[in-house]
Write a protein that binds this ligand. Structure first.
Ligand code: HEM
Ligand code: SF4
Ligand code: SF4
Length: 509
């Protein structure tokens, strides 16, 4: 499993690095897959409503009404039909890439199981809606899908009479069947909307809207495709004969040739086994040890900063229970916590400037704890190499290996776990000449929001702020992807060069 994951991750890393150069990191479509999925789903809904107005739900009228919509083009209905199809295809594409990327980045276990499992349900609903959409056209392709699907369902011993029978005799099919189909084609996307809402429930400030340039680019691509290659139907369905040659939509119908040719037991067995395997992935080995944040009420003043900054809605502010003169206290829901430590970086008592050895704070991780961070900072400062300015690196475990392997570095589960007071501590106690924070790629924080909160804390826009007395020229950040070790090294060298130049200038004065 790990081998497969690493292979996928390398592929994504390379593709993302390439697309970063083409689109910039913020507009890179591979970093916006979930958000693009929501955009494409919205396009499918809007164009679907448009098409529904002109659709005839009868066996004899369905094909003609779709053809009329496509070619007679009342108020761009032809473009709407093509947009409906291409947005549905694009939805499948980004959804599969999004699932593969979450798997590759190991963001599906522990508390994230909920997003994973609701994602699988969303995937089934997307396929159900899309395949149902092809039936509605009632052309030869629809006839093929209908017969194969029904024969496949007939393999289950749940129907008294074989249901595929309704597609073999021309007069056995009646209009009620199309009414049922259109009902399902509307009900499944509504269920999908509900499931997607659930999908995002455990995520704070979910990125469900792509940046407007990425959205415009995606829309331009869909409209361009719709105008240049408008969606067309096959010849009308004719139950008196079998369709000869069909052009399949591989996004939705790739399984149909297999379902048609292989024994039903094999396709059912394979399909169900794959579904169970994908759904169970969060609980399959190699399992990770779970780390969950813990609140210490003796140090919690109920300020709510941890609750604001937690990217997974894992902290609730509830009425005070210990009689201290504060209205609220923080409570962590262990089932939602991913152990990123961002709350530790947000908590006011999280500071190394204390005389106590244990550094107790309002909220802390068991490993690494705030005390561990201070110990590791002192140890890293003792590893500075001779020659050049002494740079201390605080590196995110999910960023480039070049940062975590740098001798004078401290590794954190997320760079936003570092309270800004640690930077002040390192510089004012002469543990370093400069401090560099090295996180994940911008717009792709492994723990979500970490790089955003860090930037805001350093810029003095978010509590806890980096104190004004800290010389900003001695602080640098590097937001680059795991694969971009060279870029990190270049940023580090440039920072060291700036520090050396400043020191030389200081010497001259
Ligand atoms: C219709 C399809 C889908 C849409 C529109 C969608 C959309 C999204 C969005 C907007 C996010 C939040 C991203 C963020 O703010 O960081 C998200 C997160 C997530 N999605 Fe999906 N998703 C879809 C399908 C799937 C599927 C099929 C899977 C996997 C089976 C999946 C797995 C996940 C996971 C694990 C997360 C949480 C990542 C984390 O913990 O940070 N999604 N999705
Ligand atoms: S940030 Fe710290 S002090 Fe504030 S509510 Fe959270 S745990 Fe309590
Ligand atoms: S470690 Fe803190 S910020 Fe991160 S998920 Fe857990 S409670 Fe939220």
């Amino acid at each position: 499993m790990n081998l497969l994951r690493r292979g996928l991750l390398n592929g994504f890393d390379r593709a993302e690095a390439l697309l970063d150069r083409v689109f910039t990191p913020v507009h890179n479509p591979l970093k916006q897959l979930g958000a693009l999925g929501t955009l494409f789903f919205a396009v499918v809904i809007v164009t679907g409503v448009h098409l529904y107005i002109g659709y005839d739900t009868s066996v004899s009228g369905a094909y003609g009404s779709v053809e009329y919509l496509s070619v007679s083009a009342w108020f761009l209905a032809g473009v709407a039909r093509s947009l409906h199809r291409y947005a549905s295809d694009a939805l499948v594409l980004v959804m599969l890439l999004h699932a593969a990327r979450e798997f590759a980045r190991d963001r599906y276990r522990g508390a994230r199981w909920f997003s994973w499992v609701t994602g699988i349900v969303a995937m089934l609903l997307v396929y159900g809606s899309g395949i149902g959409g092809y039936w509605l056209v009632w052309d030869e392709l629809a006839q093929f899908i209908a017969i194969v699907s029904m024969e496949w369902l007939d393999w289950l011993p749940i129907f008294g009479e074989p249901i595929a029978g309704i597609f073999v005799a021309p007069d056995a099919l009646d209009d009620r069947f199309f009414t049922l189909l259109i009902f399902l084609h509307i009900a499944l996307p509504l269920m999908l909307a509900l499931v997607l809402w659930l999908h995002l429930q455990r995520i704070s400030r979910a990125a469900y809207r792509p940046p407007w340039r990425a959205a415009l680019g995606a829309m331009a691509m869909l409209v361009g495709l719709s105008v240049v290659f408008p969606a067309v139907s096959h010849p009308p369905a004719d139950l008196a004969r079998l369709p000869a040659k069909l052009g399949l939509d591989w996004f939705y119908l790739a399984a149909y040739p297999l379902m048609d040719r292989l024994p039903r037991a094999a396709t059912w067995g394979g399909g169900v086994a794959l579904l169970i395997l994908f759904t169970a992935l969060p609980w399959l080995p190699p399992l990770r040890r779970r780390v969950v944040a813990v609140v210490d009420l003796d140090y919690c003043n109920g300020c709510g900063r941890c609750n604001d900054d937690c990217p997974y809605n894992a902290i609730a502010m509830v009425a005070r229970t210990d009689g201290k003169p504060f209205e609220t206290q923080a409570v962590v829901n262990p089932g939602l916590c991913v152990g990123c430590g961002i709350c530790v970086g947000a908590c006011p008592p999280s500071t190394p400037f204390r005389t106590t050895v244990d550094l107790p704070t309002g909220i802390d991780l068991p490993d690494p704890s705030l005390k561990d961070l201070r110990g590791q900072t002192l140890a890293a400062a003792a590893r500075h190499q001779a020659g050049g300015p002494r740079v201390l690196v605080f590196a995110c475990a999910h960023g480039p290996a070049a940062a975590t392997e740098f001798p004078a570095s401290v590794t954190l589960p997320c760079v936003a776990m570092l309270p800004p007071s640690f930077i002040d501590f390192a510089l004012s106690r002469h543990l370093a000449d400069g401090v560099m924070l090295a996180g994940c790629d911008s717009s792709a924080c492994y723990n979500r929001l970490g790089e955003r909160w860090t930037d805001e804390r350093l810029a003095g826009k978010r509590d806890p702020r980096l104190r004004a007395r800290v010389d900003r020229a001695r602080v640098a950040v590097s937001w680059v992807g795991r694969q971009s070790g060279d870029e990190f090294r270049a940023a580090l060298s440039a920072f060291a060069a700036r520090l050396s130049a400043r020191a030389a200038e200081g010497d001259k004065r």
